[in-house]
Design a protein around this ligand. Structure first.
Ligand SMILES: N[C@@H](CCC(=O)N[C@@H](CS)C(=O)NCC(=O)O)C(=O)O
Length: 267
């Protein structure tokens, strides 16, 4: 049995759900509400001391890290492959997934917390976050401290503007790489597309499609339309987000858009 510890709006969780759906694999949901602090429950910390989702449990074996999980799924269930066959194209897919893990995901966390999640967490009462920052394990501490600054101070947090510029730089890079092609690597949909899709979807969920619409990044706009048309897209990326959270992200994002647009010089 495949069990996935995940959360609706988490981009890393969405990536794994997308891979599972494209590979037509059945899985059991273990929902962890990270906006209410459920990632700090001792049972979850025993699975992942970093206190982040997703975590896959397969036959009792615990596998953290979204990219590692997707590679594991491909190795363990080669049918309906989402990695290209050629070594060079596989390397190109990995270059995208590495960039997501190292740069794009932290930039996305910053924007999401600053533009929306901070309001949700502060409304729920930030007690468990405070407590966990004081007593949590060393693993993941740096990321938690940063997150706390985003929650407390929003756009004024140190480095926030650089993270938003970095996010935008990735959108430009995708648009450039999509010149003359439909998918990011090779001739067909691959894990590179599955890895990037949640980050476009996040911006759409935050009412920030102006980052690519209106002729700004037309190849990226068409790519995202193709991704959205895939049967796996809505079940994996849309339907797990609770309605109240989706509404909150849309409205909070709309209010934050003028700050983001001004920062990036979008009229
Ligand atoms: N490198 C990890 C990052 C995981 C991560 O940052 N997960 C976020 C959601 S996308 C999380 O659980 N955050 C918990 C929190 O905000 O406290 C992966 O790819 O799985």
């Amino acid at each position: 049995m495949l069990e996935l510890y995940h959360q609706g709006s988490s981009a890393c969780s969405a990536k794994v759900r997308f891979a599972l759906a494209e590979k037509r694999l059945e899985w059991v949901s273990r929902y962890v509400d990270i906006l209410k602090g459920e990632q700090f429950d001792p049972q979850f910390l025993a699975l992942n001391p970093k206190a982040v989702v997703p975590v896959l449990v397969h036959g009792g074996a615990v596998i953290p890290e979204s990219t590692v999980i997707c590679e594991y799924l491909e190795d363990a269930f080669p049918e309906h492959s989402i990695y290209p066959a050629s070594p060079l194209e596989r390397a190109r897919v990995r270059a995208w997934t590495k960039a997501v893990d190292e740069e794009l995901h932290p930039a996305c966390s910053a924007l999401t917390y600053i533009a929306s999640h901070r309001h949700t967490i502060l409304r729920h009462g930030a007690g468990s976050f405070d407590e966990f920052l004081a007593h949590g394990p060393a693993e993941g501490r740096e990321a938690r401290t940063l997150k706390w600054q985003w929650i407390r101070t929003g756009f004024d947090a140190p480095g926030a503007a650089d993270k938003i510029r970095l996010y935008d730089a990735y959108l430009h890079r995708m648009d450039r790489d999509l010149a003359g092609r439909e998918w990011l690597v090779g001739d067909g949909f691959s894990m590179a597309d599955a890895a990037m899709a949640p980050y476009l979807n996040r911006l759409a969920a935050l009412s920030m499609e102006g980052l690519w619409r209106g002729g700004r990044l037309p190849r990226l706009e068409r790519w995202f339309e193709r991704v959205r048309e895939r049967p796996a897209f809505a079940p994996a990326l849309i339907e797990w987000v609770p309605d109240d959270l989706a509404n909150e992200m849309r409205e909070n994002g709309r209010r934050s858009w003028p700050d983001v647009a001004a920062l990036l010089g979008i009229a």
